[in-house]
Design a binder for this molecule. Structure first.
Ligand code: ADP
Length: 495
C-alpha cells in the first residue's frame, strides 16, 4: 500500500461489530479490516476491537475483567489476534482484540437474537473497560454502527470522572442508517444510565432508546461513507426518521468514501478467479467469463453477462430487477445472481432460474470465492439500490473491469459517472429515478455500448485504471480524527 507518512500520528482504537476476515456480513467488515491496515502503514498505532464470535478460533488469551451490565456482573475475557498490514514489503501487525463472553457471543450467528441490546450494551461497555485494563488510552475511539453507539455517550457522560478517559475523542461512522438499535426504555439500565437520558435531547427516539442516536449525539465527529449519503441522510426521504437529529449536528457530519483493499481485490493476483489478468488482457477476462458460464450452468459464449452479488434485501432495488428480467431475457442477455437474505427474494430469483434456466443463474448463499469469479467473469455488474451508503460491489467490479450499472444514490452517485459515448467520458451506466423503466433504459444503454467492441474495450481498460484504494480515504480519516481531537480540546471537564 503506497500511503504517505504524516507528521502527526495517533493511537487509534477501531471498534466494530464485524471485521474481515474474522467475521463478515457486509461492507462494514471490509472497511473495519482494511482501514486499520492503511492507518498503520501511515505510522499510527492502530488497534481493533470486536466481539469474539464462535467462528473465531485463532487467538491468544490475555486476561479478563468485569463488566457491569444492568444488575449482571459479566466477565469479558480478552483475546488477541492480528491483521497483517504490508507496505513496500515491510509487514506490520495490527492487534485485534476479541471481547469474549460465552453467554453473549458463543452462538451460531452474529446477530438477530432476542437480547441484542444486552449483547451490544455489554460489548460497548467492555470496550471502555478494556482500554483501562490494558492501560492503553487511545487518542481516538472510532466507533462503527449502532452496536458501538453507546461508546461515545458513556465516554462523554459516565467516564470523565476518571482522568484516564478525558483525553479520548470519539468518531462515529454510520455504515447504514437503516439499522439503528432501537429498544425499550429499560436498556438504559443495562448501560448504567438513569431516566434523565430518556428525553428527546438525549437518546429517546420515538418512544425507544436508540443506540444509533447515542452515537450521533455524543460523538465528537460523525461520519458516513460517502459525501452524497451524508447529505441524503439529513433529508426525510433517506433519513430513516433520524434526519432531524443529524441535521442538528450538520456541522460535524462528514462523508468519507470507503476504499478498497487493492491487495485482496487484485485481478492480477487473485487466486480465487480462473485466470489472472490486467487492464490489457482482454482475452484472459473473457476466459474468466466462459469458465464462469460453465460453472453456473449458462451457455458459454459472448452474450452479455450481468452479475449481482448482494444481500437480498429491499434496499438493493431487487424489485426493479424482478420487473425487468422477463423483458431483458427476451434478448440474448444472461444474468447471474449470488446472494442471501430475505426468503421472498431468494424464492423469486430461484423461480426466475426455473423459468429461464439458460438465461438466469442463481446461487443462494454467501460464497466469497464465487463472488470474486462473478466480479471477474461478468461484463456488467448491477446495483439499482434504493439507497446505498457507499457500496463496495461497484468498486470491486470496476477493479475487475466489469462495468457497473447503478442507480445514482449515495456512494454509487459519488463513484459511478454515466458513460457518454460521444465524450468517451464516464465509467458506468447510471439512472436516477427509482423505476423499472429507468433501470431498463440503463441496461439497454450498457448493452448497446457492449456491442461496439472498440468502445467497450476502451471503457474496460479505463475503469480498471481507476484508483479507489484506501490511500485517499485513510488520509481523510486522519483529518477528521484531527477535527475530533480539536473538538474534544474545546470541551472542559470539571476537575
Ligand atoms: P452492504 O454492506 O450493504 O451489504 P456493500 O456493497 O457495501 O453492501 O458490501 C457488500 C460486500 O459483501 C461486498 O464485498 C460483496 O461482495 C459482499 N457480498 C454480499 N453478498 C455476498 C454473497 N452472497 N456472497 C459473497 N459475498 C457477498
Amino acid at each position: 500500500m503506497n500511503v504517505q507518512q504524516l507528521d502527526e500520528t495517533y493511537k487509534i482504537l477501531i471498534a466494530s461489530p464485524e471485521v474481515a476476515p474474522f467475521a463478515k456480513t457486509g461492507g462494514l467488515a471490509d472497511v473495519a479490516g482494511s482501514l486499520p491496515k492503511a492507518l498503520t502503514t501511515m505510522g499510527n498505532d492502530v488497534r481493533v476491537v470486536m466481539p469474539k464470535y464462535r467462528g473465531i478460533t485463532d487467538y491468544k488469551t490475555i486476561g479478563d475483567f468485569p463488566v457491569q451490565v444492568g444488575s449482571r456482573k459479566a466477565t469479558a475475557i480478552l483475546r488477541e489476534g492480528v491483521i497483517r498490514a504490508r507496505l513496500d514489503n515491510v509487514e506490520s501487525l495490527v492487534p485485534v482484540y476479541f471481547i469474549d463472553n460465552y453467554h453473549y457471543f458463543d452462538r451460531d450467528n452474529m446477530y438477530m437474537y432476542f437480547d441484542e441490546a444486552e449483547r451490544f450494551a455489554f460489548f460497548s461497555k467492555a470496550i471502555l473497560e478494556m482500554i483501562k485494563y490494558l492501560q492503553w488510552a487511545p487518542h481516538i475511539i472510532h466507533c462503527n454502527d449502532w452496536q458501538t453507539g453507546p461508546v461515545p455517550l458513556l465516554l462523554r457522560e459516565k467516564y470523565p470522572h476518571d482522568p484516564f478517559y478525558r483525553g479520548i475523542a470519539s468518531v462515529f461512522t454510520i455504515h447504514n442508517l437503516k439499522y439503528q438499535g432501537n429498544y425499550p426504555k429499560d436498556v438504559l439500565h443495562l448501560l448504567g444510565l438513569g431516566d434523565e437520558y430518556f428525553t428527546p435531547n438525549s437518546i429517546e427516539f420515538y418512544g425507544s432508546a436508540s443506540f444509533m442516536k447515542a452515537g450521533i449525539l455524543y460523538a465528537d465527529v460523525i461520519n458516513t461513507v460517502s459525501k452524497t449519503y451524508a447529505k441524503e441522510i439529513q433529508t426525510p426521504i433517506y433519513g430513516q426518521m433520524m434526519d432531524g437529529v443529524l441535521k442538528a449536528r450538520s456541522q460535524d457530519v462528514y462523508g468519507i468514501l470507503n476504499g478498497l483493499n487493492y491487495h485482496e481485490f487484485n485481478p492480477e493476483t487473485d487466486a480465487r478467479i480462473y485466470r489472472n489478468y490486467g487492464p490489457e488482457d482482454h482475452n484472459e477476462k473473457k476466459e474468466n467469463k466462459y469458465a464462469l458460464q460453465r460453472e453456473i450452468g449458462l451457455p458459454p459464449g459472448d452474450a452479455p453477462l450481468i452479475g449481482i452479488v448482494s444481500r437480498l434485501v429491499d434496499q438493493k432495488g431487487l424489485d426493479l430487477v424482478a420487473e425487468v428480467i422477463p423483458e431483458i431475457v427476451q434478448r440474448d442477455i444472461q444474468f447471474v445472481v449470488l446472494g442471501t437474505g430475505d426468503p421472498y427474494y431468494e424464492e423469486l430469483f430461484r423461480s426466475f432460474h426455473k423459468t429461464y434456466p439458460n438465461r438466469v443463474a442463481v446461487e443462494i448463499g454467501f460464497n466469497v470465492a464465487l463472488a470474486q469469479r462473478i466480479y471477474a467473469g461478468c461484463d456488467m455488474f448491477l446495483m439499482p439500490s434504493r439507497f446505498e451508503p457507499c457500496g463496495l460491489g461497484q468498486l470491486i467490479s470496476m477493479r475487475y473491469g466489469t462495468i457497473p450499472i447503478v442507480r445514482s444514490t449515495g456512494g454509487l452517485a459519488d463513484t459511478v459517472v454515466n458513460y457518454e459515448p460521444n465524450k468517451q467520458a464516464g465509467n458506468g451506466f447510471t439512472f436516477a429515478e427509482y423505476s423499472s423503466d429507468s433501470l431498463f433504459d440503463a441496461i439497454i444503454r450498457a448493452i448497446n455500448t457492449y456491442q461496439d467492441k472498440r468502445r467497450w474495450v476502451a471503457l474496460v481498460e479505463n475503469v480498471m485504471r481507476h484508483d479507489f484504494s484506501w490511500n485517499r480515504s485513510a488520509a481523510e480519516y486522519m483529518s477528521i480524527y484531527g477535527v475530533a481531537r480539536n473538538r474534544l480540546e474545546s470541551l472542559s471537564y470539571p476537575a
